[in-house]
Design a binder for this molecule. Structure first.
Ligand SMILES: [Zn+2]
Length: 345
């Protein structure tokens, strides 16, 4: 049985990195010996290709009606727009300032938050994007650790662009594990509480925590922090696709969070394998494991994640909000019928 009236995966990467040729150039021909750290070091220089055939297969298989496409780590806005234009009923896209990031990495431009915001403004003015993400823009060439004030002032500039175009933003939280994730890229990643100030200063701009604090690993500390922030701020939402069932209940138990603050989204295409540890808690969770090396198949995250959702003993109306209703409302996506989802003011 289909799990909801309409199902939107709010976090999908329809592009895949072609890492093999780049590794071969550097003499690493045995793909089995390549570690996540090796991949992280070349990720931003990789060419991406359209991986929508596999995505469309999984969508049909698991009855997922629509996906919100994210550019990240070198994935192109243009490829995502092309997919939206080819499948207008199935895809909408988020935007990130990739042209500036590419130029900055080639030494052809200096990365500034002002230039990043100009690029966002330009893309959003086309009307082809429904929001900003994945994560907040940050300088790919930066080598030094941000101070909190410095980073928050960058985020404020992005919030102004989002406010102008009346679109949601996403703040990344969590880590896939297995390789270096530093404070240099997204310091707010490890501090969901930082978002409190911008949530209060821009109450009309929805903020969605990418992964709701759980991108990988077995620890729920960031999830609990993200839930607390969502409980304080009406405009803060949690993406839940890598939550195991009990983490959904953590959010649902809080009367200031509840189903109306949760959005299902799996990070499909991110190549984070599911770990199984029989008899332990959680018995399954997403994580890249350094000693096991890179995943080479298309991880079935939609199947795993929908199974976690299927175990929730909650009303179908709440389930429908998590699986689509909240995303339709917050991202202003058209739905052919009214009153099919619980009203949320
Ligand atoms: Zn992602």
């Amino acid at each position: 049985m289909k799990l909801g009236r309409f199902i939107i995966d709010t976090h999908v990467h329809a592009q895949r990195h072609a890492a093999g040729p780049e590794f071969k150039k550097s003499g690493k021909t045995d793909l089995k010996k390549i570690k996540y750290n090796d991949l992280a070091s070349i990720m931003r220089h990789l060419v991406t290709y359209d991986n929508s055939k596999r995505l469309l297969y999984d969508m049909e298989c698991y009855q997922v009606d629509m996906c919100i496409l994210h550019p990240a780590f070198g994935m192109s806005n243009e490829l995502n727009v092309d997919l939206v234009e080819r499948y207008p009923d199935k895809f909408v896209a988020l935007v990130s300032p990739k042209d500036l990031a590419d130029k900055a990495m080639k030494g052809e431009a200096e990365w500034t938050i002002e230039a990043a915001c100009e690029e966002l403004d330009r893309h959003l003015s086309t009307g082809k994007f429904v929001g900003i993400g994945e994560g907040m823009p940050s300088n790919p060439t930066r080598k030094t650790t941000y101070s909190q004030t410095e980073r928050m002032d960058e985020l404020r500039k992005v919030m102004e662009v989002a406010q102008k175009h009346q679109v949601p933003v996403r703040v990344h939280t969590g880590s896939p594990m297995g390789y270096h994730i530093t404070y240099t890229r997204w310091p707010e990643n490890f501090h969901p509480n930082w978002v409190r100030d911008i949530a209060a200063e821009y109450p009309d701009v929805p903020i969605i925590f990418d992964h709701g604090g759980m991108q990988g690993g077995r620890w729920d500390t960031l999830v609990l922090e993200a839930i607390q922030v969502a409980a304080n701020h009406d405009n803060v939402y949690l993406e839940t696709g890598l939550y195991w069932t009990e983490l959904y209940y953590e959010a649902l138990k809080d009367p200031n969070v509840g189903a109306e603050k949760l959005m299902w989204g799996t990070d499909w295409g991110a190549s984070i394998p599911t770990q199984t540890q029989i008899g332990q808690h959680p018995q399954t969770f997403a994580a890249q494991v350094s000693k096991e090396g890179l995943v080479r198949h298309q991880v079935d995250v939609m199947g795993w994640s929908l199974k976690q959702v299927n175990r929730l003993n909650i009303s179908q109306d709440d389930m429908n909000l998590i699986l689509a209703g909240n995303a339709l409302r917050v991202y202003k996506i058209d739905f052919p019928l009214t009153r099919m989802f619980k009203m949320v003011d």
